[in-house]
Design a protein around this ligand. Structure first.
Ligand SMILES: [Zn+2]
Length: 126
């Protein structure tokens, strides 16, 4: 891969990393803030409060899922940046072929080419 292209992906990855870190921070703040809201709930609207609690719980579960996905992605981004530094970025870890740039444009931290990803995806919905 050309150095210019590699620099571009590095930039993309760093940008992605920053936005993910920010998003994760926001969600974590929301999460902490949400538990404070529960404790100071308005008892005069008890049934409403219960509905709020349920919504809060759903919201929290959703937040935790998103936070964990963001953490996973941040880990992938770190790895991709490491690969850029060590000159093996954009190489499929399964077949050793170059991952098409069209794929890296969408997922700059991809480990596998589309073909290998398809094969690996079988029997595993991840
Ligand atoms: Zn492959």
């Amino acid at each position: 891969m050309k150095k210019e292209k590699l620099d571009l992906y590095r930039e993309n990855l760093i940008e992605l990393q920053e936005s993910h870190v920010l998003e994760k921070k926001e969600l974590e703040t929301d999460y902490l803030h949400g538990s404070q809201k529960e404790e100071s709930g308005d008892l005069s609207a008890y049934s409403l409060h219960l509905a709020d609690l349920a919504a809060d719980t759903n919201e929290k579960e959703k937040n935790i899922r998103i936070i964990s996905t963001l953490s996973d992605t941040l880990f992938e981004i770190d790895e991709a940046l490491y690969r850029i530094e060590h000159g093996n970025y954009g190489i499929c870890e399964e077949c050793g072929k170059e991952i098409p740039e069209a794929r890296l444009d969408v997922i700059p931290y991809a480990h596998f080419c589309i073909e290998c990803k398809k094969v690996k995806g079988k029997g595993n919905n991840k």
